[in-house]
Structures are given as C-alpha cells and as structure tokens.
Ligand binder design. Structure first.
Ligand SMILES: [Zn+2]
Ligand SMILES: [Zn+2]
Length: 294
C-alpha cells in the first residue's frame, strides 16, 4: 500500500480551511512526513495517523510555514510515549535549527521531561524516555535515505538564496512520489520527478501575480503544469494555495499581501485551466487531509 496524505495545503497564513505546509507519504504502515508547518500534528490526527508513530521527518526548508509546528511535534510525541527515534532530515542548517528550537526555546520543556519520567513511581511503565529520542541530519543535493521498502532522495530546487530548499522523491516497490517544497519551475525538480506516479507541486501564486511582481522562487499554475508535463508525472497535485474565498478577517488579511484582485470561487477553476495549457495528465487540487492512492 502506498498513498499520499496531504495535511496542510495553505500558504504561510492563518487560514481556517488550510493548514500550513505538510504532507505524508505512507509506505505500507510507515508514515514518511514531509514538512512540519502550523497544524501538522493536529492534522495527522485528523487524517487518522498517530503522530507518535511518525519516525521519519523530511523538512524542505526553514521558512516558518514549513517548520513552525516542529517544536510542538517533537515535544508532544516525546511526552506521549515516543519509543522509536524520530529521524529528522533537511537542508543545510537543519541541525542548528533543531537545536535552537529544542535546546533553546523549549529548553525548560526538555529539562522537565528528562526528569518527569525518572521521578514517576516504578510501577508506572508508560512514560517518556529519559532523553529526547531525536536524531537530526543535514542532507546534501542528491543524497538519499533508505528504510524498509522505501528510498527518499533529496534534490536542491530553486527557491530563495537565503533559504536552501530540498525537493524530495520517494521510491518504493509500489510506486513513486515527488514533493516540490517551495520552488520556481526548475530543471532540478523535473529531474527529481521523472516519471513519478504523483507529483505534489506548490502553486503559491497565480501567473498574473508572479508576472506583475516579477517574483522568483515560487510557481504558478503554468509553471507547475510545465514541470509535471516535462517530468512525465502521471498525476499532478497542487498545494500551497492562498485563500481565494473566506470570511471577512481572512480576506482582509489575505488581500494585504495578495491584493484585492483575483479572489472568488472561480479562481480554482482558472488555476486548472492554466495548468491544462501545459499538462495533459490528471490534475488534483489539494485540500487538507485528502488522500491520493498510488
Ligand atoms: Zn519558502
Ligand atoms: Zn512555503
């Protein structure tokens, strides 16, 4: 069994309908978690995956919408009985980022939990381990990590110069999935996603906004469609979508950043039309907790 479970599909923004970025690739009963944006731990629960059972986390880059739930996820799963080591991977600087969060911001929590389990009476068997069971590794371009029946390969994509960003590819005997992270359409992603069953690609902005603002480092519908077409991906799942509709405070805050144009229900249909100009495979507009079977 292999499937993709989208957890958060929104922008770096408090959208009630879409959490910040994260998704899971399930290979049999093993959840491989990609990114850890706001709401990740809660959305794992909503999607029927016990967060304590997640032992592999691959972070694409260190923008807040891809890692702001990291401290919560690590401490929470430790507190609630993590037994197996959580392996964390990410681009250059991930070890440093993890240490700052866990040994800096959460220093008191870590010290508390180290003592908490030890001080419980001996007959209490269910308790946190005495040390935080986490190992963190910085990955380089093209580096791979393997587990039981899966291999994850990292590829340096084209986001922003201050934020090295890794896209990832998962291969298993059941199929293959590629995850873009944040990137402009690029050759590295086309190569990483070659002939995959499912490509999960960001679509942060409409083409018109990218063109008007001369933006780099993100993709619009036609860019994501081109990457899907040129890589030969069988399905394209679009994620990292801004709120095009929502209650007044959402639209007020959203339009400060994205402008007053291009809002309304019809924008999703326009995104599909724009992708179709480049890509002739299956198009899926992602939403939180959606499952895509491989
Ligand atoms: Zn980013
Ligand atoms: Zn992002």
């Amino acid at each position: 069994m292999m499937k993709v479970v989208l957890l958060g599909t929104g922008p770096p923004f408090p959208d009630p309908d879409r959490g910040n970025m994260s998704e899971v690739v399930m290979v049999d009963d093993q959840p491989l978690l990609f990114d850890c944006g706001e709401r990740t731990t809660t959305n794992l629960m909503r999607a029927g995956i016990n967060p304590v059972r997640v032992n592999q986390l691959f972070i694409t880059h260190h923008h807040w919408d891809h890692m702001s739930d990291y401290g919560y996820f690590c401490i929470c799963t430790w507190n609630y009985g993590r037994k197996e080591t959580l392996h964390v991977y990410g681009p250059q600087g991930t070890i440093e980022m993890s240490d700052h969060i866990l040994l800096g911001g959460h220093k008191l929590d870590v010290e508390f939990l180290r003592k908490f389990g030890r001080n419980l009476p001996p007959h209490i068997k269910k308790k946190p381990t005495s040390e935080i069971p986490i190992e963190v590794q910085d990955l380089k371009d093209t580096q791979s990590v393997s587990g039981a029946g899966w291999k994850v390969t990292a590829g340096l994509v084209e986001h922003l110069s201050d934020f090295p960003c890794l896209g990832y590819r998962v291969d298993s005997p059941q199929g293959s999935v590629a995850i873009s992270g944040d990137t402009q359409p690029c050759e590295a992603m086309i190569k990483l996603a070659a002939d995959v069953d499912v490509l999960v690609h960001e679509c942060s902005f409409l083409d018109e906004i990218i063109s008007e603002r001369q933006m780099k480092g993100h993709s619009g519908p036609t860019g994501a469609g081109r990457v899907a077409q040129e890589s030969g991906a069988k399905k394209l799942v679009i994620t990292h979508l801004r709120p095009y509709v929502g209650p007044p405070p959402v639209m007020e805050m959203a339009t400060m950043y994205w402008g007053n144009d291009w809002i309304g229900e019809h924008i999703i249909a326009k995104i599909v039309t724009d992708i179709r100009k480049q890509y002739d495979g299956e198009i899926i507009i992602g939403r939180d907790c959606m499952e895509i079977q491989i």
